[in-house]
Ligand binder design. Structure first.
Ligand code: HEC
Ligand code: HEC
Ligand code: HEC
Ligand code: HEC
Length: 157
C-alpha cells in the first residue's frame, strides 16, 4: 500500500510554508528596530531617548534645602512619608529658578480626597473619610494643616 500516494500535496504545502517563512524573515528584517535586543527584550536606543527627556521632578531633598521649616514640620507629622511633589506636582523648574517660577496653588478639595476618599478597596488601616459628611462642606485645611495633618487635642500635628 502506498502511503504517500499523493505526496505532491505535501510538497506544495512544504513549499508554501517555506515561502511564508522567508517572507516573515524579510518583513521582520525591516520591521524590527535596529537596536532591538541589544541589552534585552526591548529597543536599546530607547535608553538614550528616555535619558534625553527633560527632568520634571526635583526630588524632596532639593525642596528641603530651601524650605527647611516646612521640611521639619512635615517630618514630625503624619505626612512624613508623603513627598513634596506628590502633592505640589513636578517642580524641577521652580527648584532651579524659584524667583521666576511660582508653584501653582493647590486645591485641597481635589488634592486630599485623591488619597483619602473612603473606598472599600483601600487597606482598612489607611486613614480615609467620606469627605462630604466628614468636612461638612468646609475646606480640609480649615482643620488640618496640609504639612502636618493629624488633629490631637485640638492642635494640629
Ligand atoms: C533654591 C531654593 C528653592 C528650592 C530648591 C525650592 N523652592 Fe519653593 N520657593 C522658594 C522661594 C524663594 C519661594 C518664594 C517665592 C516668592 O514668594 O516669590 C518659594 C515658593 C514656593 C511655594 C509657593 C509659596 C506660596 O507662598 O505660594 C511652594 C508651594 C514651593 N515653593 C514648593 C517647593 C517645592 C515642592 C520644592 C521642591 C520641588 C521647592 N519649592 C524647591 C525657594 C525654593
Ligand atoms: C499632603 C500634601 C502636601 C505635601 C506632602 C506637601 N505640601 Fe506643601 N502645601 C500643601 C497645601 C495643600 C498647601 C496650601 C495650598 C497652597 O499653598 O497651594 C501647601 C503650601 C505650601 C507652601 C506655601 C507656604 C505655606 O506654608 O503654606 C510651601 C512653600 C510648601 N507647601 C512647600 C512644601 C514642601 C517644601 C514640601 C515637602 C517638604 C511640601 N510642601 C509638602 C500640600 C502639601
Ligand atoms: C499622596 C497621597 C496623600 C495626599 C494627597 C494627602 N495625604 Fe494625608 N496621608 C497620606 C498618608 C500616606 C498618610 C499616613 C498614613 C499612615 O501612616 O497611616 C496620611 C495621613 C493623613 C492624616 C492623619 C490620619 C491619622 O491617622 O491621624 C490626615 C488627617 C490626613 N492625612 C489629611 C490629609 C489632608 C487634609 C490632605 C490634603 C491637604 C491630605 N491628607 C493629602 C497620604 C496623602
Ligand atoms: C471641621 C473640621 C474638619 C474638616 C473641615 C476636615 N476634617 Fe478631617 N478630621 C477632623 C477631626 C476632628 C478628625 C479626627 C482627628 C483624629 O482622629 O486625629 C479628622 C480626621 C481625619 C482623617 C483621619 C481619619 C481616620 O480614620 O484616621 C482624615 C484622613 C481626614 N480627617 C481627612 C480630611 C479631609 C480629606 C478633609 C477635606 C475633605 C477633612 N478631613 C476636613 C476634622 C476636620
Amino acid at each position: 500500500m502506498k502511503t504517500f500516494r499523493d505526496s505532491e500535496h505535501l510538497l506544495r504545502f512544504a513549499l508554501l510554508f517555506a515561502i511564508v517563512f522567508v517572507l516573515f524573515l524579510v518583513v521582520r528584517h525591516f520591521v524590527v528596530p535596529r537596536s532591538f535586543g541589544e541589552y534585552g527584550h526591548y529597543r536599546g536606543a530607547a535608553i538614550a531617548e528616555i535619558a534625553a527627556r527633560p527632568i520634571h521632578f526635583a526630588g524632596q531633598s532639593a525642596c528641603e534645602t530651601c524650605h527647611t521649616d516646612i521640611a521639619a514640620t512635615k517630618k514630625a507629622g503624619m505626612h512624613a512619608g508623603v513627598h513634596c511633589e506628590a502633592c505640589h506636582g513636578p517642580l524641577a523648574s521652580h527648584a532651579a529658578n524659584p524667583a521666576s517660577v511660582q508653584p501653582p496653588k493647590l486645591d485641597t478639595a481635589v488634592l486630599c480626597v485623591r488619597c483619602h476618599a473612603a473606598s472599600a478597596a483601600k487597606p482598612k488601616n489607611f486613614p480615609q473619610v467620606a469627605a462630604a459628611q466628614h468636612s461638612g462642606g468646609l475646606a480640609c485645611e480649615t482643620c488640618h494643616h496640609p504639612h502636618s495633618p493629624a488633629i490631637q487635642g485640638g492642635g494640629a500635628k
